[in-house]
Write a protein that binds this ligand. Sequence first.
Ligand code: SF4
Ligand code: FES
Length: 247
Amino acid sequence: MDIQVRVWRQSDPSDKGRMVTYDVKDISPDASFLEMLDVLNEKLILDGDDPIAFDHDCREGICGMCGMMINGVAHGPERATTTCQLHMRHFNDGDVIDVEPWRASAFPVVKDLVVNRGAFDRIIQAGGYITAPTGTAPDAHATPVPKPDADAAFEAATCIGCGACVAACPNGSSMLFTAAKVAHLGLLPQGQPERDSRVVDMLEAQDEEGFGGCTNMGECTTVCPKGIPLTLIGRLNNDYRKAMKKR
Ligand code: SF4
Ligand code: FES
């Protein structure tokens, strides 16, 4: 496949940035989108140009690092995948593909396609923990967990913190992410002692970071690579109301 990519180039946070067009030739349809960028970067380096900065780590859909907007869609046209698991066969020979960083004020651009997602870390620091006694690990069956709760907690825990939900949301809201983090601990017996303070503190942290409010648009869940459901936002709101009543 021969394609053209128009990539957002921004040398540092103070640079205004611009789209730059590159030709990329002879790409296998079985290459991943990141491998296509690797090929382009090798050419840029050989030509003495600055390679395109983009985040990646696992390249197997579990670290959440490889976020970018592809043709205006978070993680690209396939939806519900990560960029590292998006393959070039989803594009056509001759296509012109726009590649941009996440666009959200809470995720400032560091360079090119790399954004700072430290805001997510600070939301987790505000409440994403449990109190547990130190010492030897308790017996695995010491605290029974009903199977439906275990399954729901596991589903919520699959959130990889990629930020696609924020990038897709017209409000730049992080509610799906926060809801997943609140639910995966709040559904388990071990998460009950901090259940009330967790939801209040994490929502306050979210607001302080400048994320927008949720208006139930639902764009977040359509791009979420882990299928985190909107129902978790309803659960979060419910937990928040109960916690505030007790104050
Ligand atoms: S909720 Fe989904 S889209 Fe949002 S950070 Fe978690 S995995 Fe990514
Ligand atoms: S590089 Fe880890 S999820 Fe894509």
